[in-house]
Design a protein around this ligand. Structure first.
Ligand code: SF4
Length: 691
């Protein structure tokens, strides 16, 4: 063993952070990570990575890792053996199921876990417990984008590949801080602009790096993207620039769409968005002139009470201009977590099985009942936002959350924490003792991506394998193993020895991925779904002009505008926008453990424009309190012209000793998908210390 410790090992893995899906080799000796070595054959990134992929691995050997199951006893946690933890969970789950029925239990799968683990968690909820109460964190981010693509083109995923983004003549980037949130994709966009003259239109509240570099940067008023998107579409139709050949052959409902745009004149758009007529004209002209365009969007579009409708307005515009199926075109919601696409693909949704088959479809249910040897529920399950409300109603008694710090990442955090207090039984599975663990009855220690095998699916539907770099630390176990052992403790006949067996079961049941195998994914090889039996995948979903509807046609989906919620008034007079930083990931549970990263951003801050700072008598480093209609937090001030007027910006990453942004956000959600309207947030500012 001593010999082996000194050996250099090279293992291919996939980044655990964002949806770009960078893959690389890790060079290790014993438990030491010597370096992250990108390889030219990596399909999404080649030789590029960002700071998180290169240096964000301090969590692996962190002293704060959970290495033993914890059981709450007399108000405190004590360490326990796995068998004791499993027996307790099995007993309590069975008691609650017997007394209140299976729908009194609910499950949240992690979008950081592998596809195989997502598959097992939904199977556990459905087959072992008997409920469809299963969801994942795409509810917090791109569920509205998925909805918009379902409405218009049929599949809830990026229509093309990163290569299309690079090849396009024009990128329309709306509410996406690409350079910080999806850095390696941004690198490829910047290269296309520099080398090939690719044009960028950026619409955002904040002047971030992509805005700074854009050919045209516009700052519409918060919550008004739907208006200018519809107004530009109306202009294109009225002036005869719609792609009528494409629409005639491949698209339904053009007349409905055209009529729905009647009120979206430039005049109306100028009045409500604050953009000038010239800016609107310039957007329209650039779209008309471009032979190929991609629409890129992220949380700035989706985290609104009209998130799905705004994303739909963008999809309609892409369809209108024939920019959805050719090389260099398409719609690209940038996926946040490394495997947020995969968690939904593999069935961690309240109404869908793996491959997006409906739980309400009798034939599909029969297929799963046969394979799993159980009778399945026909009730649509709860999404994770609904779960919180149903706990408050007293009908949901137990929850099992894998790897999600719900107590601070859900909007209106106090409301969520109060729900956790009410649960009869709560299981949390995580690598660290997160804020959510404080409410648990049992905490199960899971492993990070580098301590297990499996697959992740990136933003372009690309499935890639990760190989085990290190053995699990202490008694921590991979999530797939925990699910398997817990199912066995509950009497299920589960015997998975390796994730490849789980993938084989999932692909045998789902047409969407029937040709996915571990052999075809060996090393740096990858497959983009849909993957047919012969293993062939798809770089673009619709390049034969066949859309994913029964008639093969795409459709326009008319949408109208409503006022955003949490409006400014005399008391709450500032709009607080929020999002990512390059260096950190979400609530910071992983990146806070990497000294090289924490050093760069030591504390949370709020950005104010120089004008507003002067008006309020604060300067860089001053301490202020931000107060919303729900809560208050203390942060330090950064003065910058990245924001303007009454706009503030704050990173969403909650730090250990600082209250997270979600103390402020509201429980309002997108009306169609229940995604929290994190971006609709009015606050007032109190000055605490000027220096
Ligand atoms: Fe990881 Fe995303 Fe950075 Fe790539 S761009 S290294 S996937 S965080």
């Amino acid at each position: 063993a001593a010999m082996r410790e000194t050996e250099l090992k090279r293992t291919k893995t996939v980044c655990t952070y964002c949806g770009v899906g960078c893959s690389f080799e890790m060079w290790t000796r014993g438990r030491d990570l010597l370096k992250v070595q990108p390889q030219p054959e990596a399909p999404a990134n080649g030789i590029s990575t960002c700071i998180k992929g290169k240096f964000g691995w301090g969590h692996i050997n962190s002293e704060k890792r959970l290495t033993k199951p914890l059981i709450r006893a007399n108000g405190a946690f004590r360490e326990a053996e796995w068998d004791e933890a499993y027996a307790l969970i099995a007993r309590r789950f069975n008691e609650i199921k017997t007394e209140h029925g299976p729908d009194a239990l609910a499950f949240i799968a992690s979008s950081k876990c592998t596809n195989e683990e997502g598959y097992l968690m939904q199977k556990f909820a459905r087959a072992v417990i008997g409920t469809n109460n299963i969801d994942n964190c795409s509810r917090y981010c791109q569920a509205p984008a998925t909805e918009s693509l379902w409405r218009t083109v049929g599949f809830g995923a990026d229509t093309g590949s990163i290569a299309d983004l690079e090849a396009s003549e024009l990128l329309l980037i709306v509410g996406s801080n690409t350079a910080e949130s999806h850095p390696v994709i941004a690198t490829r966009m910047k290269r296309a602009a520099k080398l090939r003259g690719q044009k960028h239109i950026v619409a955002d509240l904040r002047r971030h790096e992509m805005a700074e570099r854009a050919d045209l940067f516009v700052q519409p008023a918060p919550g008004t993207d739907l208006i200018w998107l519809n107004a530009v579409a109306k202009y294109i139709i009225d002036n005869g620039h719609a792609d009528m050949d494409f629409i005639g052959d491949h698209v339904e409902r053009f007349t409905d769409y055209k009529e729905s745009l009647a009120s979206f004149t430039f005049e109306f758009a100028v009045e409500r968005t604050g953009l000038s007529r010239e800016e609107l004209q310039r957007i329209a002209d650039m779209i008309i002139e471009a032979d190929t365009m991609c629409g890129v969007w992220a949380m700035g579009v989706t985290q609104h009470s009209m998130g799905a409708d705004t994303a739909t307005a963008l999809c309609n515009l892409l369809v209108l201009t024939g920019n959805v199926e050719r090389f260099g075109t398409g719609g690209y919601p940038m996926r946040g977590h490394n495997n947020v696409q995969g968690a939904s693909d593999f069935g961690c949704m309240p109404d869908r099985f793996p491959g997006y088959d409906f739980v309400s479809d009798d034939d599909v249910r029969a297929r799963y009942e046969n394979a799993w040897g159980v009778t399945l529920s026909t009730n649509k399950g709860l999404d994770n936002h609904e779960m919180v409300d149903v706990v408050h109603d007293g009908k949901l008694k137990a929850m099992y959350v894998a790897g999600e710090d719900m107590a601070i990442v859900d909007a209106n955090a106090q409301h969520v924490q109060a729900a956790f207090e009410k649960l009869d039984f709560f299981v949390v599975q995580d690598m660290f003792f997160s804020r959510t663990c404080e409410y648990a009855d049992v905490v199960l220690p899971a492993t990070p991506s580098v301590e297990k095998e499996g697959t992740f699916t990136n933003t372009e539907r690309r499935i890639q394998r990760l190989y085990q770099v290190f053995p699990p630390l202490g008694d921590a176990r991979p999530d797939w193993q925990i699910h398997t052992e817990l199912a066995r403790a509950m009497g299920a006949d589960w015997h998975y020895e390796h994730p490849s067996e789980i993938m084989a079961e999932a692909t045998a049941l789902s047409d969407l991925m029937s040709g996915v195998t571990y052999e075809r994914l060996a090393g740096f090889k990858s497959q983009q779904w849909p993957v047919r039996d012969d293993g062939s995948g798809h770089e673009r979903l619709y390049n034969d002009g066949e859309f994913h509807f029964h008639d093969g046609n795409a459709r326009f989906h008319p949408v109208q505008w409503n006022e955003p919620t949490d409006q400014l008034d005399d008391e709450y007079d500032l709009h607080l926008n929020n999002g990512r930083l390059l260096e950190h990931f979400h609530e910071g549970n992983l990146t806070d453990e990497s000294p090289g990263i924490v050093f760069k951003i030591a504390q949370s801050f709020v950005e104010l424009s120089p004008q507003l700072a002067e008006e309020r008598g604060v300067k860089a480093g001053s301490t202020v309190r931000l107060i919303s209609r729900r809560g208050a937090i203390k942060v330090s001030v950064e003065v910058t012209d990245r924001v303007q007027g009454r706009q503030l910006y704050m990173p969403m990453h909650g730090k250990k000793n600082i209250e997270a942004i979600n103390v402020l956000t509201s429980s309002v959600t997108d009306k169609d998908t229940d995604t929290p309207a994190y971006k609709e947030l009015a606050v007032r500012l109190e000055v605490l210390e000027v220096d």
